[in-house]
Design a binder for this molecule. Structure first.
Ligand code: ADP
Ligand code: MG
Ligand code: ZN
Length: 505
């Protein structure tokens, strides 16, 4: 008997079947207030401190649409090459769940604000970069639900929990949902196309400033639909893996679902239309709720809100506020910086493009800007499993460090310690240098003192140097560096000690 976990190796699966993808992405908008009330939206506040009668769904309360959320949605729609509805309504999606105090969610149903767009994405293949056009079905507005915490069980899931807690701070935060049309023809690249799409979407939202898109805080969540069919046959039944929370997981969820469905189909089984849950630890999903019977949400137009009718003039005005499209920006920067594909890709992969650009604008030379962000700082961010932007290091910090390095008062090694201090919250560059006593010992008299001490300790080395073996100076330089706890400029020490011995360098 086959289990839910049996798979066919990926290469075999995509040799037999063509995958079809569908991505539904929810993004929390970065508005200051909620979708229908003026409650604040900041993350991490004490439970149920950012609530009011409207977002608690108390009887008699009335919603009012957040204009900034409509504006953000239209800008997102325009950036995704969508048409913008001249008139559309909200709809009530009725269902009962304790994270939704009204017992219905206000969403949009058959009248989305934005529709029929596309987003071009690029994936790296063995034969170089390949572009895919992902068509967008709709971009609509809705509201987030509250957050349930299931306590007392081993897994944090409702099964086995002793009790559940609910926090309504998130209830009513503006969400936009972006739904793709079925993505066909990606073949074995389907997992990468899915990831590239979500990455591009994230970059686009950041560029637009409509959301800070922190996946680890759940402000971008993705439902991943996958089906398989043999070439030329009608599309298969899709499964929908819910709430996939990281870019890497999006790729893995598609990959593992292709392997799982291929096994089902090759063994004469039938793919069931269902939701699935992805598990970060195993990289696999388990079956959730069956969707064989379409749920009846009894949608109807929301009677408490007026229709949204953006004027064409306003839409055009918003079009004028669109930033440079991220893919156009990448092409421009790659050309401006004149670096190769590989170097450029490592910046993009590190999520450092904007940071590198801002660092160059702050006056740092290009190679140094790239080196810090893709080297040391990426390593620290990876270690801590946070994003580069959350390290607390800014382009201005790097500019200041580079100035101090150019002056000779910081070495590369000391600069790393400065960043360590900034990340640890010890203040800005100058504060960390002062606080940790990091300035290079460049005062000649202090250096000469250390050099004389080292020379006195190693008379045999002194003889060698005087006898013409200049490379033996390394031992003295090493001793001086040790004595100054690494805070001397090694090249300078070398010059000074050769001068001291009257030897040409
Ligand atoms: P639901 O709310 O039931 O999940 P939606 O229409 O909101 O339905 O989203 C379904 C997603 O699945 C869309 O992105 C759509 O393009 C995609 N999709 C539709 N049919 C298939 C299929 N056969 N295989 C894969 N994806 C599909
Ligand atoms: Mg769905
Ligand atoms: Zn409220």
């Amino acid at each position: 008997m086959s289990t839910d976990h049996d798979t066919i190796p990926f290469d075999e699966a995509v040799a037999t079947f063509d995958p079809v993808l569908g991505l539904e992405t929810h993004v929390e908008l970065g508005t200051n207030s909620k979708m229908w009330c003026s409650c604040p939206t900041s993350f991490g506040a004490d439970a149920n401190t950012q609530v009011c009668p409207v977002c608690l769904g108390l009887p008699g309360s009335m919603p009012v649409v957040n204009g900034a959320a409509v504006e953000s949605t239209i800008r997102m729609g325009l950036a995704l090459n969508c048409s913008i509805a001249e008139w559309c309504r909200f709809a009530r999606k009725n269902y009962f769940y304790p994270d939704m105090p009204k017992d219905y969610q206000i969403s949009q149903y058959d009248e989305p604000l934005c529709f029929d767009g596309y987003l071009d994405v690029t994936v790296e293949t063995d034969d170089g970069p390949r572009e895919f056009r992902v068509e967008i079905e709709r971009v609509h507005m809705e509201e987030d639900t509250g957050k349930l915490t299931h306590a007392g069980g081993a897994t944090g899931r409702i099964h086995g929990a002793d009790y559940s807690l609910v926090d309504y701070n998130r209830a009513g935060i503006p969400l936009i949902e972006i739904v793709t049309k079925p993505v066909v023809g990606a073949g074995s690249l389907a997992p990468q196309v899915a990831r590239a799409y979500v990455t591009e979407l994230r970059d686009l939202m950041r560029a637009l400033g409509v959301s800070d898109v922190r996946m680890e805080e759940g402000s971008l969540r993705c439902d991943v639909n996958v089906s398989l069919a043999k070439p030329g046959e009608p599309w298969g039944t899709r499964s929908e893996t819910k709430n996939v929370n990281s870019l890497r997981s999006v790729e893995r969820a598609v990959h593992s679902e292709i392997e799982r469905q291929a096994h089902v189909l090759l063994n004469g089984g039938r793919v069931v239309q269902e939701t699935r849950h992805f598990h970060e630890d195993t990289g696999r999903s388990t079956s959730g709720r069956s969707k064989e019977q379409a749920e009846d949400y009894r949608y109807f137009p929301e009677p408490d809100l007026v229709p949204v009718a953006p004027s064409p003039e306003w839409v055009e005005e918003l079009r004028g506020t669109l930033p440079e499209n991220p893919s156009a920006k990448r092409a421009r920067l790659r050309a401006e910086w004149g670096i190769n594909d590989h170097e450029f890709q490592s910046i993009v992969n590190a999520g450092a493009l904007d940071l590198v650009e801002e660092t160059i604008t702050a006056g740092v030379d290009q190679a140094a800007a790239r080196k810090w962000w893709t080297g040391e700082l990426t390593r620290v961010a990876n270690d801590r499993e946070i994003e580069l932007v959350d390290l607390g290091v800014t382009p201005d910090h790097i500019a200041r460090v580079e100035v101090l390095m150019a002056e000779g008062s910081l070495s590369d090694k000391l600069a790393r310690q400065v960043f360590e201090g900034i990340i640890a919250g010890e203040g800005d560059v100058d504060a960390v240098v002062a606080g940790r006593g990091l300035a290079v010992v460049s005062d000649d008299s202090a250096l000469l003192e250390a050099i004389d001490a080292a020379l006195a300790e190693q008379p045999d080395v002194v003889e060698k140097i005087k006898g013409g073996k200049v490379q033996a100076a390394g031992a003295i330089v090493g001793a001086v560096m040790k004595a100054t706890r690494g805070q001397a400029d090694a090249a300078k020490v070398r010059t000074l000690l050769l001068e001291r011995l009257g030897v040409e360098g």
